[in-house]
Design a protein around this ligand. Sequence first.
Ligand SMILES: Cc1cc2nc3c(=O)[nH]c(=O)nc-3n(C[C@H](O)[C@H](O)[C@H](O)COP(=O)(O)O)c2cc1C
Length: 348
Amino acid sequence: MFNDGFVDGLESAAKAVLPDYVYGYFAGIAGGGESVQDATELWNTVRFRPRSFTNYASLQTGTSVLGHAVDTPVLAAPMAQQNAATPLAEVAMARAVRDAGSLLGISTNTSVPFDQIASVGAPWWFQVYVMRDQGLSNALVERAAAAGAKALILTVETTRLTSAGLTIDPHFWPESPSKKRLGNLLGEDLVGLPSDATESSQNLSLDVIEELRDRTGLEVVVKGILRADDARAAVDAGAAGIIVSTHGGRRLGASVSSIAALPAVIQSVGNDCEVYVDSGIRSGVHVAAALALGAQAVFVGRPLMWGLAAAGESGAASVLAHFTQELCETMAGIGAGTISDLTPDLIA
Ligand SMILES: Cc1cc2nc3c(=O)[nH]c(=O)nc-3n(C[C@H](O)[C@H](O)[C@H](O)COP(=O)(O)O)c2cc1C
């Protein structure tokens, strides 16, 4: 099994400095955790069929996502509660991402005002949970667009950390700055609304894709898709991209893993939109596998959170650098000089 100890080392370092309830929330999984267990193991089962006759002067990891040039296909997943990892939260993450030439997702639940994130200068996509009071999520997407978000990520599953228990749900954390979330809603937004107004809506229709696009002028990438038919429906409804994701195994314990779901989604919509993948990606070898299978780029979640918790900006930077370096080594080994050379024939 591939394991150079890098991510495990960061996780141990993060665990040593985080309160138990914060570590528990970051590491948390749904149900019995079958999906999260499978995910990394399945990425580890990919085997390559290397090319022998290649001709390239240097290795290039640059690519583009929705037309935006990035230096690496290793992107930062939107994650809530980054202020519990390090006081600078998404500002630290964005600095690491900017310096790596990558791109980051910003969670609906960020505690940091959009203008502070935007001022770092990293490209960012705003992740939307459609709330029970849709006026609130509308206000958030408009503010994100005005602050310079380059696209929206519409997360289409409602995550519940079911069997992990209430003690790790941030709602039940002790009062502290680390509990703060929804930093871009104003006090007056919530006046007169029921207490569950910010919870995720239970009625999500495909129309929301076009509504969000019309409201902001931004492209919408749909996150959390695991089925070819859902991917097709989302693209037909106007999605510009699909993120195949199990939410890092936090959504459904016995879910299919994202690597197992990826090929059918690529086959269904790969010619019509960009497809990205996340969940369980723990090395640059996994990144090479995802791209060879047809993903345009990958999102990385917990490894970046561990880096952020263990060493702030430089910890997150070390993850992006490590994964990109391993990607380069893998590309050299399999005879792929550029990202576009990562094609399905390389997978055995
Ligand atoms: C602590 C934590 C918080 C997260 N918060 C969000 C969120 O607010 N919105 C969202 O769409 N995904 C969220 N995710 C899921 C990530 O975007 C991503 O899908 C997942 O972490 C990828 O799996 P990995 O952690 O195995 O890399 C969160 C994940 C973690 C670990």
